[in-house]
Design a protein around this ligand. Sequence first.
Ligand code: PSU
Ligand code: MN
Length: 326
Amino acid sequence: MRRFLNFRRPLHYWSLIVSEEVQHAVKNNIPVVSLESTIITHGLPYPQNLQLAHDVEQVIRDQNAIPATIAFVNGSPKVGLNHEDLRLLADPASSGLPKHKTSRRDIPYVMARGLTGGTTIASTMVLSKMAGIKVFATGGLGGVHRNGEVTMDISADLEELSRTDVAVVCSGPKSILDVPRTMEYLETKGVPVNTFNDGTAPFGKQVPGFYTRSSNVASPFEFSSYKEAASMIFAGLQMGLDNGQLFCIPPPLESALDLNFINSVIEDALREAKHLKISGKDVTPFLLDKIYHKTNGKSVECNTQFVLNNAKIASQIATELANLTK
Ligand code: PSU
Ligand code: MN
């Protein structure tokens, strides 16, 4: 690792640390897929989180692409982590301090205090863009929370998608959210939502619901090949649109959960969150943990499987994009 100095970039990018491997790949148009780390610090329990952090990087390598997991390590923004970094993030006992869930607004605080934290989709997009990475794989998108018209709890992920041109490959916004309002927000902000249609209709016509193959909410657009997805990213870049795009992949059939089952679990978890007055950035981690226990771990198994699947597909999209930009 070395300090990333690029004199064509403004001063404030100087503290970004990009691994040699990722720098080399970006410079030589080798496909790179970035990965977030809030899923490691706050999304999944230990040690499944550490296992997944390693497995997801391997899936990307198996596709001949380079993984770039992103996080803040002792205050430094890092793109491309080593084993010690991953362990530090994953193991709650690895340092005296809890890990900081780091979205865009948390970046200056985390850096100034030298904290270690997992990056959300929003901040992973920020750092991906700085490092020149165009494709990013993750599990689930943040969105407009249920009752968001009153609480105004709307994930910064949505705002970031409207201002940073990185493609996010995920399994849709979770059904803990208000999915129709999340779609409305993205439309207003000019963010294309494209769902993969692998021929198993009606999927592709509807946005996936994270744990479920469908959410009953229509997808504005669909795509049926990775090349088509890459062409959409390429078109956005060519036009200098500056916003991100969302590519939704339904979770693999074998591990997907039933919509009615997961909805009743979510209703319970939401009631509990309300009762305990959980708010702000704690809402998502609280709900994920409740759902994990109420499904006897099935939600984590499903979550793990679609993160791996999304990383594989993101690698193929990144490969097609590299071909287009040759
Ligand atoms: N959805 C999950 N697991 C997660 C997250 C979302 O199933 O770990 C994380 C992602 O990093 C996402 C963030 O960017 O939560 C959104 O948090 P908030 O709603 O506070 O913006
Ligand atoms: Mn929020």
